[in-house]
Design a protein around this ligand. Structure first.
Ligand code: PLP
Length: 375
């Protein structure tokens, strides 16, 4: 059996090696390393895939979030609501810009931001909501957009983990994740569903004025060459990464399908086990399984992880600590407002999930998990 990895980037690369190698070598030959034609072409390819008017490439997914917030003209102390259960980048950029993060609970079954908790957290200083489409499926965007409209709030979708998933509105219309809010952001970190071979990110919007603003901010606040109208940043996707991404984007749907097949296998194997809750698939979103995350309800999550490690099966705890309890973002809180997050911190375990898992590996992983509970 091939060694099991949390993410197997190498096997995926070997399947497209000659194509990607050629594309990268062409960039080397052209010497157009920064803002070359590959960047423009990838931008256009992604706009068309997402059906969004503007894609603004940038250096990584954290920058994408920061730049999105910078474009909204928020004032020091303005409040931004986001989930307590997410990767730190989402809340980090809020603090970096001297805004106030208001962390709220998530839904126990889908891990995405709890819309009732959003409503409870709104104050006169609330300016934006950042739903995180965590582990590969959308938060309840229809309800989030409704709340945002009612209270005149911006919505920034953190789509680093769910690119390619579709949100299904109650009238049946579908939209790609990241294209429904005021702004959407993503990351092309190698292990993300659409990963490059280094760092990369992008910002999406269908608002022409915002797009203009975002393009200025990523480029030193420069709207006309050497005229700096505001303090911006330097955040670029380089041409080599864009060339890699142009070769990978056409495979994104089949990559996500491969992840879903692995998830189906896991779901089937664990169905009915009294100690395991499999991840719920929301009726309003397709799932692209950035992670396949179980909840272990008998209190033996850490022992399971240890057992799997002994069997050479990597398994990760995403995420072990609530952001509201991190030193950097500490927020006073009443535990009764964070019942789901606090349960999840003790129960979640993510199994190997990538595009190259074969049946032999999946059988070994699921057999091993089930074996643990029979001991
Ligand atoms: C990966 C990730 C980011 C940050 O992306 P980078 O490219 O690593 O900066 C932001 N938010 C979420 C939810 C992520 O998973």
């Amino acid at each position: 059996m091939k060694k099991i990895q949390m993410v197997d980037l190498q096997s995926q690369y070997y399947k497209i090696k000659s194509e990607v190698d050629n594309a990268v070598l062409n960039v080397m030959d052209s010497a157009a390393f920064i803002n070359g034609p590959e960047v423009k072409s990838f931008q256009a390819d992604l706009e068309s895939y997402l059906d969004v008017k503007h894609v603004i490439p940038c250096a990584n997914g954290t920058d994408a979030l920061q730049i999105a917030l910078m474009a909204l003209d928020l004032q020091e102390g303005d409040e931004v609501i986001t989930a307590d259960f997410t990767f730190a980048a989402t809340v980090e950029v809020i603090h970096l810009l001297k805004l106030k993060s208001v962390l709220v609970d998530v839904d126990y079954d889908t891990f995405t931001i709890d819309t009732e908790a959003i409503k409870k957290a709104i104050t006169p200083r609330t300016k934006a909501i950042i739903p995180v489409h965590i582990f590969g499926q959308c938060g309840n965007m229809e309800e989030i957009l409704r709340i945002a409209k009612e209270h005149n709030l911006y919505v920034i979708e953190d789509n680093a983990q769910a690119i390619g998933s579709d949100f299904i509105f109650s009238d049946g219309t579908e939209k790609k994740s990241g294209t429904m809010g005021t702004i959407g952001t993503t990351s092309f970190f190698p292990s993300k569903n659409l990963g490059c071979y280094g760092d990369g990110g992008a910002i999406f919007t269908s608002d022409d004025e915002l797009a203009h603003r975002l393009r200025g901010i990523v480029n030193h606040g420069m709207y006309e060459r050497y005229y700096h109208d505001e303090v911006g940043v330097n955040s670029r996707l380089d041409s080599i990464q864009a060339a890699v991404l142009r070769k990978k984007l056409p495979n994104l749907d089949s990559y996500n399908e491969a992840r879903r097949k692995a998830a189906d296998y896991y779901d089937g194997a664990f169905a009915g086990n009294e100690n395991i809750l499999t991840p719920k698939r929301a009726e309003y979103s397709t799932h692209v399984f950035h992670q396949y995350t179980l909840r272990i309800t008998n209190g033996k999550r850490n022992e399971l992880q240890q057992y799997l490690t002994e069997k050479e099966i990597p398994a990760m705890i995403y995420y072990p600590v609530a952001l509201r309890k991190q030193k950097a973002y500490y927020q006073e809180s009443d535990p009764s407002d964070f019942v789901n997050t606090d349960k999840l911190l003790d129960q979640v375990i993510s199994l190997p999930m990538h595009t190259e898992l074969d049946e032999e590996q999946l059988k070994y992983i699921t057999d091993s998990v089930l074996e643990f509970f029979e001991k």
